[in-house]
Design a protein around this ligand. Structure first.
Ligand code: SAM
Length: 251
């Protein structure tokens, strides 16, 4: 069953960035996923389509009303097929990770609710039962860009969306490590040359070098990713090599 992505947004045109370009745009044209949007303004209780109001208790800005959002969400649920995940993009949610993306890629339908203004009336979250997901510890003006990040990363895991299925297997975070450094032509650029092992044609040596680089990068840039990792014997040997090289440099 192809994945059905529905977004609830007052700016559905923004999703052209996802539907018309690159990997996700191509996949949409090939029918590997389908996209639709619901505008909560269509469920406004007034002729002008206002769906925001001032916060009770005072304070700056406006809040999205629960009623139109809930009506839009229930409409999306009616249109969903198979296992569905309902998500409200929120800076207060659980941080999005590759593991979460892998979990979401198992769903047949995603309903993504994009907030605006100061956020949404809390009762929408309680009554709809949506899960809150954040794209990081920072605040953007609306849920559309966070939703696009989530959709793009989920679609990369949908079979046939990427030209080469190996791309997904070798990426950062997939096996708990950052990716190894990549090089392409030219072989020499200013004072920098491509590491000779990559030109050797020795696939075993290339594989080992790449694993070593991935381990070394993760150790230096994101040691938190390695906490609690069960190292394979080959990885333990490479870590010893990395440590030894580090000691040799500091002598
Ligand atoms: N007042 C809210 C707060 O401090 O939690 C922030 C509201 S923000 C300006 C408007 C909308 O942008 C939110 O309702 C949410 O949908 C979206 N948003 C902002 N930052 C986000 C993040 N880090 N992750 C996911 N969505 C985010």
């Amino acid at each position: 069953m192809k994945m059905h992505v529905q977004v609830i947004s007052i700016f559905p045109q923004m999703f052209a960035a996802l539907c018309d370009y690159g990997v996700t745009g191509r996949a949409l044209k090939k029918g590997l996923w389908c996209f639709s949007s619901i505008n909560p303004r269509d469920f406004a209780d007034n002729q002008l389509g206002y769906i925001d109001d001032r916060p009770f208790g005072g304070g700056p800005g406006m809040v999205m009303q629960a009623g139109p959002l809930l009506a839009a969400y229930r409409e999306a649920q009616k249109q969903a097929v198979g296992p569905v995940r309902g998500i409200y993009l929120s800076p207060q949610g659980q941080i999005l990770t590759q593991r979460k993306i892998q979990e979401l890629a198992q769903a047949s339908s995603l309903i993504l609710v994009c907030g605006r203004y100061e956020g949404v009336d809390e009762r929408f979250i309680e009554l709809s039962g949506v899960e809150e997901i954040s794209v990081g510890d920072f605040v953007v003006s609306g849920g559309e860009l966070p939703a696009m990040l989530l959709i793009d990363s989920v679609l990369r895991l949908v079979p046939e969306v990427l030209g080469d299925s190996q791309s997904v297997v070798q990426e950062s975070f997939v096996n708990g490590l950052l990716d190894y450094p990549q090089y392409t032509r030219p072989e020499h650029l200013e004072k920098q040359s491509v590491p000779s092992v990559l030109l050797s044609g020795n696939h075993q040596a290339i594989k080992k070098w790449r694993l070593k680089m991935a381990l070394s990068r993760t150790l230096h840039r994101r040691p938190d990713l390695l906490e609690g990792r069960q190292y394979k014997p080959e990885e333990s040997c490479l870590l010893q090599e990395i440590d030894q090289e580090r000691q040799d440099v500091s002598i």
